[in-house]
Design a binder for this molecule. Structure first.
Ligand code: ADP
Length: 439
């Protein structure tokens, strides 16, 4: 970034310097041209004021007095050169065609500038016509623009180099001064009250800070998840390994072997359920795998879940009821099955003896509403926000005993988010819980 800023500054500085050099030399050259012409006019007027007679010889004597000041030419009305203090009049051609002479004959005065490319000089001419037909012309040489550049190129280049160096030094200081608050901000992203110095950057800085916080949070969640997974896997594996070892060493009686086998089976089932839930969550995390949405009837899915769960409900002495109507939405059928199953399974597992569970499906305009209400143990206020976190359980032993993994509601929340749906939870301790999902 710094290099780009330096590059841009140098290009801008070079352009400005080049434009300034061309512009200023043009202005100075024009000023000096005007000055030369003005001084020629003054001298022409002064000399013509001295020519008070019509006698050529007397006039030539007067003109001789000015020969060191300026080049003087006296021309007859027919263009013949009568006098020139710098050239032989006999070799000079007729001057009637010269611009300044033609202008002087027509208007009384005339001027012209002729450039000599070989000498790199401009010659300035000013002519005055007299009533008797004589024309007095004065002339002076001055360096032209090319000569001006040739003579001044070294100081110009030195000045440009000096200005460029100054620009470079200033650019380095300015860039550092501009970027320092941004660098400081990036180093202090974790301090919530550290503000970026430029108010224009506040929205950008807030977005970066929010993203940074989200990245840290997600990294922490992953870390916690890995730690939790390891812990959850370790407990049933330790049991399985312990029982198997005792059986292997012949330390168990026939009756104990039966009991140990049951325990091994129970823990292996728990492991399988846990691994299944972890796989489901990781599939949901990988959005690309779950984008196959189609028109599904939520009511038909709910009916299939009821069949599967009614055995569970009977085992737990819970009355499981259902109310529903055909309800079509665009969704992923597998995920909707998982969502209804998890909510109803929880409502049965966290219920009381002879408690009730009511699953209702309703079509609300273009949405489906899935409502699971139970008269179970309920959830205390301070747990409500956390039960959707992975592995968070209000009562871990009850969850484990009933085959819970602590991932059911995390999966539900994920599915609702992927369907851009809404989830609300109402619960009162010892009275029951109602979860409503609108998709
Ligand atoms: P688990 O596998 O432990 O059931 P969930 O993620 O499904 O995990 O639920 C998280 C926790 O929320 C549960 O351990 C339980 O304490 C509480 N919970 C979930 N549903 C209910 C409910 N219907 N009634 C009471 N508590 C519930």
């Amino acid at each position: 970034m710094k290099r780009r800023i330096y590059g841009h500054f140098i290009i801008i500085a070079l352009t400005i310097i080049a434009v300034l050099v061309v512009l200023l030399t043009g202005i100075f050259y024009n000023l000096s041209k005007n000055q030369v012409m003005d001084s020629l006019k003054v001298e022409a007027n002064m000399i013509s004021g001295s020519l008070i007679t019509d006698n050529l010889n007397q006039n030539i004597q007067v003109l001789d007095r000015y020969q060191d000041i300026v080049r003087i030419t006296l021309i007859d009305s027919d263009g013949t050169v009568l006098y020139d203090n710098e050239a032989d009049v006999n070799t000079m051609e007729n001057h009637l065609g010269r611009l300044e002479v033609m202008e002087a004959i027509a208007q009384g005065t005339g001027e012209a500038i002729r450039t000599s490319d070989t000498l790199n000089k401009d010659t300035f001419y000013y002519a005055v016509a007299f009533p008797n037909g004589y024309i007095l012309r004065v002339a002076r040489d001055a360096y032209n623009l090319r000569a001006f550049y040739q003579r001044t190129i070294v100081p110009i280049l030195l000045t440009v180099a000096g200005i460029l160096l100054l620009c470079l030094v200033l650019t380095v200081f300015m860039t550092r001064a501009i970027l320092r608050p941004i660098e400081d901000y990036s180093k202090n992203l974790e301090k919530p009250d550290y503000r970026v110095a430029y108010k224009e950057l506040v929205p950008f800085a807030d977005t970066i800070r929010a993203q940074h916080a989200a990245i840290l949070k997600s990294a922490k969640m992953r870390q916690d998840f890995t730690a939790n997974v390891s812990h959850e896997l370790k407990t049933p594996l330790t049991s399985i390994s312990g029982y198997a070892e005792m059986m292997e060493n012949g330390m168990a009686s026939d009756q104990e072997i039966l009991h140990f086998s049951k325990e091994i089976h129970k823990n292996a089932t728990r492991l399988l359920t846990l691994i299944n839930d972890i796989i489901k969550l990781s599939e949901l995390d990988n959005i690309e795998c779950v984008l196959s949405f189609e028109m599904v009837d939520v009511n038909a899915i709910a009916k299939r879940c009821i069949e599967d769960l009614s055995v569970n409900a009977k085992k737990n002495h819970v009355n499981f009821k259902y109310q529903g109507e055909s309800c079509l939405i665009r969704a992923n059928a597998e995920m909707i099955t998982e969502l209804i199953y998890n909510l109803c399974d929880n409502a049965i597992r966290y219920n009381k003896e002879n408690g009730n569970v009511l699953l209702s499906i309703q079509q609300l305009e273009h949405n489906a509403q899935i409502r699971v209400a139970d008269t179970g143990i309920g959830i205390a206020d301070h747990h409500r926000d956390r039960i959707f976190e992975r592995f968070y359980r209000v009562d871990k032993s009850r969850s484990t005993q009933t085959g819970g993994t602590g991932l059911g509601l995390a999966i539900v929340k994920h599915i609702v988010n992927l369907h851009e749906g809404k989830l609300t939870l109402e619960s009162e301790e010892r009275k029951g819980t109602t979860i409503v999902v609108t998709l």
